[in-house]
Design a protein around this ligand. Sequence first.
Ligand SMILES: [Zn+2]
Length: 308
Amino acid sequence: MEEYPKNLVEFESWFSTEHACRDYLYTLRWPNGFCCPRCANLKAWPIGAILFECAGCNYQLSVTAGTIFQDSHKPLMVWFRAIWWVTGQKNGASALGLKRMLGFGSYRTAWTWLHKLRRAMVRPGRNKLSGIVEVDETFIGGAKPGKRGRGAAGKALVGIAVEDKGDKGIGRIRLGILKDASGDSLMTFVQNRVVGGSRIRTDEWGGYNRLVSDGYIHVSVKKNELKLAHLVASLLKRWLLGTHQGAVSPEHLAYYLDEYTFRFNRRTSTHRGMLFMRLLENAVQIGPVTHRQMVQHVRGRKPKDHKI
Ligand SMILES: [Zn+2]
């Protein structure tokens, strides 16, 4: 299924009821027809307006069970409007903006929703980069420049991988937080994001020496020749400073990197509706996450858990 609303008027007429939202989620979650998440049986019958019962194991579930919408008490219509708004924010969405748009009383609810949606911005099982790929690292946060090869206080080291499409410019990107700039960290970053056999361009840092023995073609150049990676790094930093006023805690940086990657890789998509559909597609494929899980590794005072 590749159907999505082309504009706000279509969006509003398609998703004017809870039932319509559920139907749309159903086709995104089970594009080839129902498949039981417990026993993989292909038959189910409806029980009331919301639940289905699997014909194989009698498991009763709704289309939102086991998705990021699972424990939400808010209508899907509100979620759909949040996602439509988030995918339309060219420069990224802030929790304050979402709170205002939906008229939420609580900033934390808006914050939690945004973080749930950021988790849905990475497609499960997404493809790796291929072809010619430029790889570099950059420090995010902190005031003082950090020393390469070791951690710098208050900073996060971020790996950047960028497809070089020659005349066509930049292809897709991948970002990831690195523990340090050691060979182990860099090789793990590359292996998880770039197809073996690709041609990888880096600077002359020794951490990249293992690329050839790990099955890549390695081209090393002077640091200032990594123009694509440097461009992505500066755009990323500008985005973090602009949309989020630099107020990104290190604990959540990985999710902001996911959001940036999602937006960057779809920057040429002219259809907002397609981004909306992609985000929903991912949202019904990844599991639920609670506010408690999101904040459990955050330092300092922890907000009390609550249903949203
Ligand atoms: Zn079943």
